[in-house]
Structure formats: structure tokens, C-alpha cells
Design a protein around this ligand. Structure first.
Ligand code: HEM
Length: 158
């Protein structure tokens, strides 16, 4: 809200504002942790290797899971609790928070997605209060998690 208050009615966000929106991004990251849009992805195994006592041979197709990594209590205490403060300071250990994947095939749209999410959050919070019309709307995975009825809300302009 500090940034929203510092702006005139039609004044747009600039790059410095976006860099300051750390709390908003921590909130967005916690949402991406709890409900990652991409559930995981496949990889071809290029060389034989051992993992947790299992032999994984070259040529296998394996799947890395965003969802199960994000819910692992070894990396995220009380993994089902919504807690944006997890992302303060140094944040989660490398390769434990992977909504955009990791390594050389990591999502190239990550920074663009961050920009879009923050601009959307800013404009929504600044201009409206809202109420969900279906309080406990079911989430369906198809293949991305989305509210079953499209999240109808009522907007109340300030
Ligand atoms: C919240 C939004 C987004 C999420 C959660 C997301 C997530 C992901 C994930 C998990 C991957 C697979 C990474 C891997 O295999 O290691 C991926 C790949 C990719 N994403 Fe995104 N993405 C998002 C937005 C975008 C946007 C906005 C664009 C383009 C403007 C984009 C373009 C791509 C492309 C081209 C790939 C394939 C990269 C490759 O295989 O080398 N994504 N994304």
C-alpha cells in the first residue's frame, strides 16, 4: 500500500516501484508455492545415476514435481500454512522453490510473469475492495489449478 499511496490517481508504476514491492512478491511467491500453476515437467535421463538408493538408468524419462517439492516439510516447515515471511531474507534453499523450474530450461518468462503479477496486484488492491461470490469454491486441476467456476467476485470501487 505504501507505493499505492505515493502515486497520483493516474500515475503509472515505474521500474523502481516494482523493485520495492517485496512484500507483494513474497505473497505472490507463497501462492505459487502452495498452488504452483505448473505441476512439474519431464526430463530425459542422459546418464545412469543413483538417487536415494535407486538406480536410474540412462534413457528413462523422469518427472520432477513442483507440488511435492513445495510441500516437503524438510524444506518448508508447516508446508500447508500460508506464510509469505518464508521468502524474507535469504528465502528458501536453492532448488526447493521451483514454480518456474530450475537450471538451463528454467522458465524464460519468469521476470515477465513477475512484472505482470505485481502490476495486477497493485491495480486491484489500489482500486477495489472485493468479495468472493462462492466462499469455498473448489479448485480443479485441468492441468493447471483453477477455481471451478472461474472465481466470480464482486468489486467495490474505492
Ligand atoms: C506464473 C507464470 C508462469 C509459471 C508458473 C511458469 C512456469 C514454467 C515452468 C515450471 C516451466 C518448465 C521449466 C523446466 O522445465 O525446468 C516453464 C517453461 C517455459 N515457460 Fe513459463 N511460466 C510462467 C509464465 C511464462 C510466461 C509469461 C512465458 C512467456 C512470456 C513463459 C514461457 C515459457 C517457455 C517458452 C518455457 C519453455 C522453456 C524451455 O523448455 O527451455 N512462461 N514455465
Amino acid at each position: 500500500m505504501d507505493i499505492a499511496k505515493s502515486k497520483g490517481p493516474d500515475e503509472l508504476l515505474n521500474w523502481e516501484d516494482i523493485q520495492k514491492m517485496k512484500l507483494s512478491w513474497n505473497v505472490a511467491c507463497e501462492v505459487l508455492r502452495l498452488a504452483p500453476p505448473v505441476q512439474g515437467a519431464f526430463r530425459d535421463v542422459l546418464t545412469d545415476f543413483m538417487y536415494e538408493g535407486f538406480y536410474i538408468p540412462k534413457g528413462w524419462k523422469i518427472y520432477w514435481s513442483t507440488h511435492s517439492t513445495h510441500k516437503n516439510p524438510e524444506y518448508f516447515s508447516e508446508p500447508y500454512k500460508f506464510d509469505p515471511s518464508r521468502f524474507e531474507g535469504r528465502g528458501p534453499a536453492p532448488y526447493t522453490f521451483v514454480p518456474f523450474g530450475g537450471g538451463p530450461r528454467m522458465c524464460p518468462g519468469k521476470e515477465y510473469a513477475r512484472l505482470e503479477i505485481l502490476v495486477f496486484m497493485h491495480n486491484l488492491v489500489k482500486r477495489f475492495k472485493w468479495e468472493k461470490l462462492i466462499p469455498n469454491e473448489k479448485i480443479v486441476v485441468n492441468p493447471m489449478p483453477i477455481p471451478e467456476k472461474g472465481l466470480p467476485i464482486q468489486l467495490f470501487p474505492y
